[in-house]
Design a protein around this ligand. Structure first.
Ligand code: NDP
Length: 283
């Protein structure tokens, strides 16, 4: 059994991205810039977003943080996004989810310019993803695909089961896996007999946000298990998988923390550089 080291994978990607940024900076005298819009988030989210911004700065991406209070009006968030869309110095925009209830997520998602949409919020980009163009695939599904690739795990022809069908993780990940010739099953809270599905998986991806959901008896012998979940239990961060017991059965498994999380951040950096290149590099 191999415990996949997400931190190591992430640091390799960050090193490569840093080098690429240095080269781009020397040639175009500009740095990629990522703007983050946070509206009324809880404290752990604010800390995470700040840390992510700092990590971006460390590899040469300018990070602009826009922290808005919980009661900010929808029109003001839209106005800010409009300004960021029109600002040539901003190359990537990420709107931190979830948004407060009085703000229409769909309107906000549609407002982010598709060219700057580094986490695939805009429906146009998810449509592109469905048709096989992954330029602006969302960062977490990208991280899962990267982890599988860097670990030498073949996707083509495999039975992949994803637990979770969210707009930002399960759904786009299913599309990306189909693009890579996997046979994909997507489970959710209305799935009957979850275990009946998970037990068939060559690659099982848990993205439900439910601690200990995936137990040993739900996993096939030698399956690859990727845990996207982030849950806080007794002040500790845990995933969706009962790691201690499932690891004995898996051929590869990602831990939480230290698995998908760090690679997701590395993917955000990479996508910001891609957006920069599309907007600035015209050759
Ligand atoms: P959502 O809450 O938006 O979606 C959760 C999905 O899981 C839903 O489709 C839901 O089904 C399904 N689900 C929940 N509980 C069960 C269950 N008991 N059985 C079957 N299906 C279930 O969450 P996200 O997709 O945004 O995030 C999922 C997890 O991944 C969270 O823990 C989140 O913190 C984490 N995450 C981690 C990231 C990382 O970088 N590592 C990045 C983004 C998220 P239904 O649709 O029927 O409600």
């Amino acid at each position: 059994m191999v415990v996949i080291d997400g931190k190591k994978i992430a640091s390799g990607i960050q090193e490569d991205t840093k080098k690429e940024i240095e080269e781009l900076k020397a040639k175009y005298h500009q740095s990629p810039c990522l703007a983050t819009v946070v509206t009324g988030a809880d404290d752990p989210t604010k800390v995470y977003v700040k840390k992510r911004g700092k990590m971006c700065e460390e590899i040469g991406i300018i990070s602009k943080m826009h922290s808005l209070p919980e009661d900010t009006k929808e029109k003001d968030v839209l106005e800010l996004i409009g300004k960021l869309n029109n600002d040539e110095k901003i190359h990537g925009i990420i709107v931190q989810l979830p948004l407060p209830k009085h703000i229409d997520k769909r309107k906000i998602s549609e407002a982010v310019s598709p060219e700057k949409d580094v986490d695939c919020l805009n429906p146009l980009n998810i449509g592109r993803l469905a048709s096989g163009d992954e330029t602006f695939a969302p960062c977490t599904p990208k991280a899962v695909i990267t982890i599988l690739g860097k670990s030498g795990i073949e996707i083509r022809g495999k039975e992949v089961v994803i637990v979770g069908r969210s707009r930002i993780v399960g759904r786009p990940l299913a599309l990306m896996l189909i693009n890579r010739d996997a046979t994909v099953t997507v489970c959710h809270t209305k799935t009957k007999n979850l275990e009946g599905h998970t037990k068939n998986a060559d690659i099982l991806i848990a993205a439900a946000g439910s601690p200990n959901l995936i137990k040993e008896n739900m996993v096939k012998e030698n399956a690859v298990v990727v845990d996207v979940g982030i849950n806080v239990v007794n002040n500790k961060i845990v995933g969706d998988v009962d790691f201690e017991n499932v690891k004995n059965k898996a051929s590869f498994i990602t831990p939480v923390p230290g698995g998908v999380g760090p690679v997701t951040v590395a993917m955000l950096m990479k996508s910001t550089v891609e957006a920069f290149k599309q907007q600035v590099v015209r050759e």
